[in-house]
Each structure stands twice: as structure tokens, then as C-alpha cells.
Design a protein around this ligand. Structure first.
Ligand code: C2O
Length: 537
């Protein structure tokens, strides 16, 4: 194992897309930002220097951060933000993980442009559990707004309504050909006939789940969220914000140009204005420039069956070398009702200033002004309480129509877990405004997705059908619209860990909470002492 040093300068950079130029917040001037490379067992030191007017923090999404929660990054959860002119060195070791993850800003809406890939290679000499592809490429999917994203969310909070959608999706930073602009600003994936390519796909978008497709080609899915899966073939990848998917693409044609597309998947009947589908080109070497590009037919925006087929195909590899360590019994069984609500009074506002409120078990989480982990480690009283409810206040009954008692309480509460407890959380979509898929992300852990269904979770019958053998292991999972998903994990990582919807607007509205995992009594079971440069609030 080695120590790897990175320097992330957070700087403004004038950037042009869709025929207009605006200053954006970037790391080292790049959109997307630099790829962080490491091997399993390496220690990574990233010095983040804040040269912009905003407070900043960076999250290493999916890195377990065993006992190093103060390097996790969510502002006001595990650290106070890095203030303008200040710096902080994130220092963590990658233990028991290899694959693709992402890093991103974890404060305000800065994630829109402050994000990049994390590539964790296996230990030296350890092969992939699938035939080694000839080449590897990182593909970051995101969004582009013509306006300033901080203005977008600030205006939405003022009006009380939903924020504007982005103007376009992007593939490695570019929307691709757009009707009124130059069509040359698209990413080009160059391939040689007959070769295979490991594509490391990342959805770094703020608010959009995506379909990803390449005309005339199929993918073999081999990994999600840095865990290996049983390989399967698909012509469409479905990927939610915060999720990563590794696929093998074989350049099976002799020559030609094939469109690559990333388009919105939104499992809701609400009529939305569609963002521009991002396009890129798969380009075979030796193709004549006059060759037309084969068009990629993306699924319809609400093609839920396509998304279901994809997610139902995901299974842990569960091999000898990579066993699925699914908790077979649970010490804590929790039911979290997650969803959005709208205050019927037009001038009324929740504590966060919004008319739309989002909640978990009727709690609209309020960000504290001191980081929870710092309060926990340094015994600062009055920052949060540990009475987050393990069940909805009244038994939840999903009927598809607004149920009774959806009033929410604004508070900073965490759910406390003993070290090493086995935990099951059933995430039940409340579907108050409209059923909507929520990609829920848990920091500090991977979890197993043991079951999922539509309508109400039935605690008597549904657990009988749980997959405790080879469920997919990941860090971000879609709670189905008007349905539920059950996850299990072992609380083997002491600290304070955020859990939230990775659609940024839902997090802003309050669809978030945190777990506090106590230190264990044994050796190596407590949070390591935080570094001296950990910022103060
Ligand atoms: Cu990728 Cu808390 O987020």
C-alpha cells in the first residue's frame, strides 16, 4: 500500500456550454474535476484549499471512512465547512473496497460543478473477477444550468416552489450537439474494433436519474457502487445521482459513429419540462468523417419497467473471494417513511424557508450550526438530540392519496446505534405530492438491498421473500415510487453518518437524517482522533 497526495484548489472558472459563459466553482479549474486514483489499502491525503467566496466541503461518496468520519465531508454533519481562504487535509485509508466511486462538494448546491471520479484499483497483482478489459474510461454524467445554481435554489426557496430543472445533461462535461449551438462540444469515446472497454459510469447530477445508452451496442454490468455484481447484459444502464456502475463495452463493429446518450428517468406522473438529452459519440478508429452517427433511442422519461428490469438484475457476485456478508438476523428493525409534502397555506414556510417540506418519519431535518460529529466527539451539548423515531408517528398507510397526519416537525435528531448492531431499515415512500423515486444514500456503510415492493411494506409477509443470499450491496438505492425498499447493514463504523435523498433538492427540503454509531468497548472500535486542521464553525 502507498500514500497518495492530491491537491484540490477550489477556484472559480469561466466556463462555456450551450453558447454561453458563466463563472463556476471548480476543483483545479476543471468540470468535471480531476479523477482520484488509488488502490485498495492505500492512504489518500487530499489538501483542499478554498479560494472562492463560498464555504466548501468535499465528500468521498461511498468510501467507508472506517473510524475516520471527520474525513467524510458533509458540512455540519461530520465537519464544519472550510471557510474562504482556509484549507483542510482529508486523510483516509481505503479498506476492503475497490471499484468506482465519486467525490463531490457537500454543501449548498456546489456539487453541480464540484465533482469527479474516484477509481480504486484492486491491490497489486489481484485481478478483476471478470476478463480484464483492454482499456478503461471514466464517464461522468452530470447537468448544466445556464444560470447560477445557487441562484436557482435560493429563488426556489423564496418562491416556495420547485426549482428549475437544468438546461441539459452532460457527458464528461459536455451536453453534446444542441439545436442552436455548435454541435462540436461533445465528448468522443474513441475505440479500436475488437477491443473491450471498462466504462466507469458515474451519475454526479444534482437532481436527475438517468438512462445511459449507446446506439447499436450492449453492456455487461460488472460492478455497482464499488462492489462486484454477477455480470449481466443490458442495452440500457439506469443510474441515480450518487450511484456508479462499471460496464464492459466491446467494440464489436468494424467502423462507424454511434451516439451515446444520457436522458432523464423520472418515475412520476408529474409533468416536467425535460432537460436536453446529453449526447456523445462512440467513434471507431478509421471511420470516415462523413459517416453519419447512428442515433441512440433512449427510453421514455417515465419508462419505469426499463428501470425495474435493470435494478432487479443486480445481484452481489457472492464468490469465495467476495462473499456477500448479509446480516441474517437484525438487532434493530426500523421503518422510515420518506417523502415530500406541501404546506397548504401559500404563505407558510417551514423552518428552512420552504413551502415544500420533505421528511423522514415526519421529521424535517434542520442542519445544525456545529457539526454533529464534532459535537459528539468533543461533548458539545445542545446541538442535537438522539430521539429520532425508529417508526412513523402513526402507522403509515400508503393509499396513493395524501394520508392523515403528515404534519412534520423541524428538528435536528439522530438515531443512535450501538457498535456492531445489525440494522434493517425499510424505506417506505409516502408519495404525498406524487409518488417519486428517492435515491437514498447512506454515508459510512455499504448496505444490502434485501427486498423491495410496491404499496405498503407488510412486516408479516414481505420479510419471508427477502434475499439474504446474494442481494446487491451498495451505498445509494432507489426507494420505488409508492413502494418500499429494505436494506441491511452492520453498524461497525463508529461516528455520525448522514443518510439522505441524493436528489439535491429533496435534501434541501429536509429529506435527511443521521445515525450516531457509538464507539465499541474493544480495541480499534472507536473514532480515531481528528486531525488538528479540522475546521471550526
Ligand atoms: Cu453523495 Cu451525502 O452524498
Amino acid at each position: 500500500s502507498r500514500v497518495r497526495h492530491y491537491k484540490f484548489n477550489v477556484v472559480m472558472k469561466n466556463t462555456s456550454r450551450l453558447c454561453s459563459t458563466k463563472p463556476i466553482v471548480t476543483v483545479n479549474g476543471n468540470f468535471p474535476g480531476p479523477t482520484l486514483y488509488a488502490r485498495e489499502d492505500d492512504t489518500v491525503l487530499v489538501k483542499v484549499v478554498n479560494h472562492v467566496k463560498y464555504n466548501v466541503s468535499i465528500h468521498w461518496h461511498g468510501i467507508r471512512q472506517l473510524r475516520t468520519g471527520w474525513a467524510d465531508g458533509p458540512a455540519y454533519i461530520t465537519q464544519c465547512p472550510i471557510q474562504p481562504g482556509q484549507s483542510y487535509v482529508y486523510n483516509f485509508t481505503i479498506t476492503g473496497q475497490r471499484g468506482t466511486l465519486l467525490w463531490h462538494a457537500h454543501i449548498l448546491w456546489l456539487r453541480a460543478t464540484v465533482h469527479g471520479a474516484i477509481v480504486i484499483l484492486p491491490k497489486l497483482g489481484v485481478p478483476y473477477p471478470f476478463p480484464k478489459p483492454d482499456h478503461e474510461r471514466v464517464i461522468v454524467l452530470a447537468e448544466w444550468w445556464k444560470s447560477d445554481t445557487e441562484d436557482v435554489i435560493n429563488e426556489a426557496m423564496k418562491s416556495g416552489l420547485a426549482p428549475n430543472v437544468s438546461d441539459a445533461h452532460t457527458i464528461n462535461g459536455y451536453p453534446g450537439g444542441s439545436p442552436n449551438c455548435s454541435s462540436t462540444d461533445g465528448y468522443q469515446l474513441d475505440v479500436t474494433p475488437g477491443k473491450s472497454y471498462l466504462l466507469r459510469l458515474i451519475n454526479a447530477a444534482l437532481n436527475e436519474e438517468l438512462f445511459f445508452k449507446i446506439a447499436g451496442h450492449k453492456f455487461t454490468v460488472v460492478e455497482v457502487d464499488a462492489t462486484y455484481v454477477k455480470p449481466f447484459t443490458t442495452d440500457t444502464v439506469v443510474i441515480a445521482p450518487g450511484q456508479t456502475t462499471n460496464v464492459v463495452l466491446t467494440a464489436s463493429k468494424r467502423a462507424g459513429k454511434f451516439a451515446i446518450a444520457a436522458s432523464t428517468f423520472m418515475d412520476t406522473p408529474v409533468v416536467a419540462i425535460d432537460n436536453l438529452t446529453a449526447t456523445a459519440t462512440l467513434h471507431y478508429s478509421g471511420t470516415l468523417s462523413a459517416t453519419p452517427t447512428a442515433v441512440a433511442a433512449v427510453p421514455a422519461r417515465n419508462a419505469t419497467p426499463v428501470a425495474d428490469t435493470f435494478s432487479n438484475s443486480l445481484r452481489s457476485l457472492n464468490s469465495k473471494a467476495f462473499p456477500a456478508k448479509v446480516p441474517k438476523t437484525v438487532d434493530r428493525s426500523l421503518l422510515f417513511a420518506v417523502g415530500l409534502g406541501i404546506n397548504p397555506c401559500p404563505t407558510c414556510r417551514a423552518a428552512n424557508g420552504s413551502r415544500v417540506v420533505a421528511s423522514v418519519n415526519n421529521i424535517t431535518f434542520v442542519m445544525p450550526t456545529t457539526a454533529l460529529l464534532q459535537a459528539h466527539l468533543f461533548n458539545i451539548k445542545g446541538v442535537y438530540t438522539t430521539d429520532f423515531p425508529g417508526n412513523p408517528p402513526t402507522p403509515f398507510n400508503y393509499t396513493g392519496a395524501p394520508p392523515q397526519n403528515m404534519a412534520t416537525v423541524s428538528a435536528t435528531k439522530v438515531y443512535r446505534l450501538p457498535f456492531n448492531a445489525t440494522v434493517q431499515v425499510v424505506l417506505q415512500d409516502t408519495g404525498i405530492i406524487a409518488p417519486e423515486n428517492h435515491p437514498v444514500h447512506l454515508h459510512g456503510f455499504n448496505f444490502f438491498v434485501v427486498g423491495k415492493g410496491s404499496g405498503n411494506f407488510n412486516p408479516k409477509t414481505d420479510p419471508k421473500r427477502f434475499n439474504l443470499v446474494d442481494p446487491v450491496e451498495r451505498n445509494t438505492v432507489g426507494v420505488p415510487s409508492g413502494g418500499w425498499v429494505a436494506i441491511r447493514f452492520t453498524a461497525d463504523n463508529p461516528g455520525v453518518w448522514f443518510m439522505h435523498c441524493h436528489l439535491e433538492v429533496h435534501t434541501t427540503w429536509g429529506l435527511k437524517m443521521a445515525f450516531q454509531v457509538d464507539d465499541g468497548k474493544g480495541k480499534n472500535q472507536s473514532v480515531l482522533p481528528p486531525p488538528k486542521d479540522l475546521p471550526n464553525c
